[in-house]
Design a binder for this molecule. Structure first.
Ligand code: ADP
Ligand code: MG
Length: 619
């Protein structure tokens, strides 16, 4: 029976619960929905019109937590207790960020370099997941206040290069904030959706998404076909953004107006930083900016500003060059260039990007909001309001398990559309083997040792059976967020075991790229290696079978035959040790030739024995 809800605040009948779209940004975060009346993606706004919540969390001495605009002033006045850029720490170990330690004004714990980072505030420790959850909680609260209805379901965006660990961390942060995260989607994919790209299943397009935010720069080249968004390449700089533009202005002012070192004057330093950001924003639409600082007038012209930031903008263009090279594309192949992130409002940025791609850029959707708006479009599709659409993403690297000899057996090839499922049957190597180890790997190389291990588990309780008899079905299931579940089931007995893969660390996008490159450069040696492993495995099996045969049937062989067999076995063993594929194959053949007649003889004996009415001997 359907339940009808009544909105207590308004007394009206409540609509089906809204799924919100959330841009959880490094600098700023916000929530958007599809407006129930206009059906247009719309950012949620406070009465003052603001949609953006700075991604800043402040903890006071009494344990109170402040988030957003109220927390921002503490960045200068109470830096040790004020957390910014928590997104940079998601799913990371200290090892991952140690070269950027100076960037964080708060304490990032470095006692155990192998585990995930924590942040110390006073005598408390917070994980990046908890820190992000404070921001999400604030966004949820705001949304509920504005919509006057509970908000419990959300789509959250992440950078395209976020790995499994970072995606899982984002999902966990949502859970902690009381949100059911229905889907994690890539920021450039969201931006495309906000522009209405990919909504027509017949459309095929290649797009560049240029995202310059507060502290990060991302360029993504996407291909959309049949509603599938494929990330062709990503590039960027995780320490380059609007903050660098502000800093350039501050340095200019310090020099130009001979302002003393402000390190001892936190108030003044803060004031100057705010003035610099104001100047930058003003210069996006004006030619000069002027303000008062310490009783004096300071100013900057657009011309000076553009000269200052030219090298910064050029850096982003270098990243674009790399991304295009990796995607194997030229400017002419790009159908649309989308501008995302507050810093793309700077005219010089727009011009430079337009020149690079040799076409006008698309900036008609508010660049601060475009990612959240796209998340709202996705949320609406999930709510079933836009049933014609099915959005798919793809797996960046192949997924498989380790099989005999350390070989990678791929179940899901790279670029599989997700959600997806694949299964394959395996069996045991030894008699009465009661457990089978399932080790899951990601990568393109033939040997698992060259790929990345995602996790492993043991299927236990397989009933005693001869080697090769149990049928173990391994299934890979990737849900729409790209999170992998691996299940193993022994079909004869029904014993089952499964894990969700939540790796401790993921790969950086550089590592993904490196792995793909490796798989190409090593393709030849990998094929040779695989052939060797297959030959050795077969040989080892033949040796085991022969040994077993001899243990039972030595009596039917002559002394000479026994010697010949032992010699052939030794030769094969030696060939395996020498890792000589051709020799292994020759020696395998030889042993086979010698032992085949024995098996026939044993069979004949058994049969003639049976004819004589004696017991049949099992071989
Ligand atoms: P993120 O995605 O990293 O969370 P945003 O996309 O919200 O960040 O971008 C924030 C940055 O955009 C800040 O550095 C801010 O100063 C800058 N910004 C916002 N509006 C303008 C503008 N009109 N001109 C130039 N920069 C702007
Ligand atoms: Mg952003």
């Amino acid at each position: 029976m359907a339940k009808i809800g009544i909105n207590i605040a308004t007394g009206s009948l409540q609509q089906a619960e809204m799924i919100v779209g959330i841009d959880l940004g490094t600098t700023n975060s916000l929530v958007a929905i599809i407006h129930p009346e206009t059906k247009l993606p719309t950012a949620l706004r406070e009465f003052d019109g603001s949609s953006i919540v700075p991604s800043v969390v402040h903890f006071d001495a009494y344990g109170n937590v402040q988030v957003g605009e109220q927390a921002k002033p503490y960045l200068e006045s109470d830096p040790k207790n004020t957390i910014f850029s928590a997104k940079r720490l998601m799913g990371k170990s200290y090892k991952d960020i140690q070269t950027h330690q100076d960037f964080f004004a708060y304490k990032v714990i470095d006692d155990n370099t192998e585990s995930l980072v924590k942040v110390q505030v006073g005598n408390k420790f917070y994980s990046p997941i908890e820190l992000s959850s404070y921001i999400l909680e604030e966004l949820k609260k705001r949304a509920e206040h504005i919509l006057k209805t509970p908000v419990t379901k959300a789509v959250i965006t992440v950078p395209a290069y976020f790995n499994d660990a970072q995606r899982q961390a984002t999902r966990d942060a949502g859970k902690l904030a009381g949100l059911d995260v229905l889907r994690i989607i890539n920021e450039p994919t969201a931006a495309s959706l906000a522009y209405g790209l990919g909504l027509d299943p017949a459309e095929e397009k290649t797009i560049a998404v240029y995202d310059l935010g507060g502290g990060t720069f991302d360029i993504s080249i996407l291909k959309i076909s049949n509603g599938v968004f494929e990330v062709l390449s990503t590039n960027g700089d995780t320490y380059l953004g609007g903050d660098d533009l502000d800093r350039a202005i501050i340095e200019y002012w310090l020099k130009q107006f001979a302002i003393d070192n402000l390190d001892q004057h936190i108030e003044l330093k803060q004031q100057l930083r705010l003035a610099a950001e104001q100047a930058k924003i003003a210069l996006s639409t004006k030619d000069v900016f002027e303000t008062k600082f310490g009783g004096e007038t300071i100013s900057i012209t657009k011309q000076v500003f553009e000269n200052l930031i030219h090298p910064i903008v050029q850096k982003t263009i270098n990243c674009c060059t790399n991304a295009m090279r990796d995607a194997g594309l030229k400017a002419i192949d790009i159908n649309t260039v989308l501008m995302v992130g507050g810093s793309t409002r700077v005219p010089l940025v727009k011009q430079t990007v337009a020149t690079f791609f040799n076409q006008p850029v698309n900036d008609s959707v508010n660049p601060d909001e475009v990612v959240a708006l796209g998340a709202a479009v996705q949320a609406d599709i999930l709510a079933g309001n836009n049933v014609s659409m099915l959005l798919l993403d793809v797996t960046p690297l192949s997924l498989g398990i380790e099989t005999m000899g350390g070989l990678m057996d791929v179940l899901l090839p790279r670029n599989s559309k997700i959600p997806t499922q694949a299964g394959r049957q395996y069996t045991t190597q030894k008699d009465a083997q009661s457990g089978i180890n399932i080790a899951v790997f990601q990568g393109e190389r033939d040997l698992v040792k060259d790929n990345r291990k995602l996790g492993e588990f043991t299927l236990k309780g397989i009933p005693s059976m001869p080697a090769g008899l149990p049928k173990v079905e391994v299934t890979f299931l990737i849900n729409a967020d790209g999170i992998l579940q691996v299940k193993a089931k022994e079909l004869r007995s029904g014993v089952t075991q499964s894990i969700d893969i939540k790796p401790q660390y993921g790969l950086t996008d550089d590592e993904v790229e490196q792995r793909l490159l490796d798989s190409i450069t090593h393709a030849k040696s990998d094929i040779a290696m695989r052939a060797l492993v297959v030959a050795s495995t077969e040989a080892a099996q033949l040796l085991a079978v022969t040994e077993k045969f001899l243990a039972k049937n030595a009596v039917i062989l002559t002394q000479a035959e026994l010697l010949e067999t032992a010699g052939a076995m030794q030769a094969l063993q030696l060939a395996i040790t020498m890792e000589d594929k051709d020799l292994i194959q020759t020696k395998t053949e030889e042993l086979n030739d010698i032992s085949r007649p024995f098996a026939e003889r044993a069979m004949d004996q058994a049969i003639s024995g049976a004819l004589k009415g004696k017991d049949i001997q099992q071989i």
